[in-house]
Design a protein around this ligand. Structure first.
Ligand code: ADP
Ligand code: MG
Length: 224
């Protein structure tokens, strides 16, 4: 079976300080279609760095990364941006919605970069599923945290991506709202989506099928 993500011996250094910082030290992982995975580790262990690399938002120094079988190093910048837009949906702890746009136009943002057939009808259908049909003309700052994160999830779904990457998606929410957000990811998993949740919270890993533990830039074991 083709992997959705295959990382082979990935190394990453940050070179912003006086000494290069070796943040990822040979990451190997394989994620298959339909998997619901958590990547768990303490703060500073390299989780967000790994998510940015898997999400093609950042480059790595050594190793190989295949997304749906595509060797991502073979893509030039413009192809890479289009590939990312079509294949990967992102959800972040801080939502990253634009306050100058209403909910509907936030969900439609990816259409500025990639072609999505019937985007508006799709956006409305997804927003309805997520219980936001009465909020489509609100601005993000008029919404609760849980509603904002649902808008971000709708935006992540609009291109029907092969992979959803969520970095601490409940990190800014109270536990009840966080549970509602995890229920949405769980439903998406049941619908066949491939989802990776990044977390430092052991409670969150209980929702997922499989947990990859990372510590100090290395995967320390591969299962619960
Ligand atoms: P986590 O998400 O697990 O908390 P990160 O991937 O954000 O970990 O960070 C891993 C390490 O890399 C930390 O030591 C952090 O300070 C460092 N780091 C993260 N981003 C940068 C950056 N842009 N420049 C330099 N160092 C960074
Ligand atoms: Mg992080």
């Amino acid at each position: 079976m083709t992997t959705v993500v295959k990382a082979v011996n990935i190394h990453k250094y940050y070179r912003t300080g006086p000494e290069p910082l070796h943040v990822l030290k040979g990451i190997n992982l394989e994620i298959y279609p339909g998997e619901f995975i958590s990547i768990m580790g303490p703060s500073g262990s390299g989780k967000s760095t790994l998510m940015h690399i898997i999400g093609l938002l950042d480059k790595f120094d050594k190793g190989k990364l295949f997304i749906k079988g595509q060797d991502t190093r073979k893509l030039k910048d413009k192809q890479l941006a289009e590939f990312r837009g079509k294949k990967i949906g992102f959800v972040f702890q801080n939502f990253y919605l634009l306050n100058k746009y209403d909910v509907l136009n936030n969900v439609l943002l990816p259409t500025e970069y990639i072609y999505i057939p019937n985007a508006k009808a799709k956006a409305l259908a997804i927003l309805k599923k997520l219980g936001l049909e009465h909020r489509i003309h609100h601005k993000p700052n008029q919404l609760s945290g849980g509603q904002r994160q649902r808008v971000a999830i709708a935006r992540a779904l609009i291109a029907d991506p092969a992979l959803i990457l969520a970095d601490e998606p409940t990190g800014n929410l109270d536990s009840k709202t966080g549970k509602q957000i995890m229920e949405i990811f769980s439903d998406l998993h049941k619908q066949g989506k491939t989802i990776i949740i990044i977390t430092h919270d052991p409670e969150i890993t209980k929702w997922t099928q499989r947990t990859i533990y990372i510590r100090d830039g290395q995967i320390i074991n591969y299962d619960k």
